[in-house]
Design a protein around this ligand. Structure first.
Ligand code: GLP
Length: 255
């Protein structure tokens, strides 16, 4: 696990984009796992800039998003599909045939989840998976207590997560109660992980994930078991870590 601490959100975002762009230049048909939330927005902006100004080419890339709310159609302004369209898909040259976001309106959710797993397998597996972290240590919508071996499935959202996301909806009642999410096991199968976190409000979750015991009580702590995980933080999110990490990062020839 490589923990990289940057001075600001912008620097964190640029560092993360640099890692993705490097992987993409080395493998034009990259299989890229994507995340929603406010955290990766700066990274998406930087990838869009690289596409426009440096010709970063996404035409052969396949994407898989981590999760989606159950019951929201793709054109609902709070669906994760809509979020991705607004903040990334519409601004780069992805082939829509290669874009995958779980279908919140799937009639047979279990069948859909099996199909999603199969689709990831057929694409050759995810090369690099972007992750945020919930204040309670969740990754994607794998809430505390989620099986560390879980696969894509429907999950009930906790009160904390619904409250965290309530700001985006007109009222608490409108916040969905369920989501389809890749499982912790699905995420761990990705060849590389890139977890981003910023702000002091994530410091406790980050410390628990990076330095605490590996436990289903903090699903993000499973990254300690991954053979190639990057954790890119701003100073606020890193503020409760006790270890010194940048030394190893800065002396790397290349990650
Ligand atoms: C949601 C998403 C997660 C995301 C988390 C943190 O729960 N399902 O994938 O990591 O929110 O969101 P933010 O980046 O806005 O703090």
């Amino acid at each position: 696990m490589l923990v990289i601490v940057k001075d600001s959100y912008d620097e964190m975002s640029r560092e993360a984009a640099r890692i993705i762009a490097d992987r993409l230049r080395k493998k034009p048909d990259l299989v890229l796992g994507l995340a929603t939330g406010s955290t990766p927005l700066g990274m998406y902006k930087e990838l869009i800039r690289m596409h426009r100004e440096e010709g970063l080419d996404f035409s052969k890339v396949t994407t898989f998003n981590l999760d989606e709310y159950v019951g929201l159609p793709p054109d609902h302004d709070q669906s994760y599909y809509y979020f991705m369209k607004e903040n990334l898909f519409d601004h780069i040259n992805l082939d829509p045939r290669f874009v995958h976001v779980p279908q919140g309106m799937a009639k047979d959710v279990d069948a859909f989840c099996g199909w999603y797993e199969e689709r990831i397998r057929r694409a050759g597996g995810i090369d690099i998976q972007v992750l945020g972290i919930g204040a309670n240590g969740h990754i994607a919508f794998n809430e505390p207590g989620s099986s560390l071996g879980s696969r894509t499935r429907i999950k009930t959202l906790t009160g904390t997560t619904r409250q965290d996301n309530a700001r985006f909806f007109a009222s608490m009642e409108e916040v969905p109660k369920f989501a389809i999410t890749m499982g912790v096991g699905t995420i761990m199968d990705a060849k590389e992980l890139l977890l981003l976190a910023n702000k002091q409000s994530k410091a406790n979750a980050v410390r628990t994930a990076v330095e605490g015991p590996v436990t289903a009580s903090c699903p993000a702590s499973i990254i300690q078991m991954h053979r190639s995980a990057f954790v890119v933080l701003d100073k606020g999110a890193a503020s409760e870590l006790t270890g010194l990490y940048n030394d190893t990062w800065e002396s790397k020839i290349f990650p």
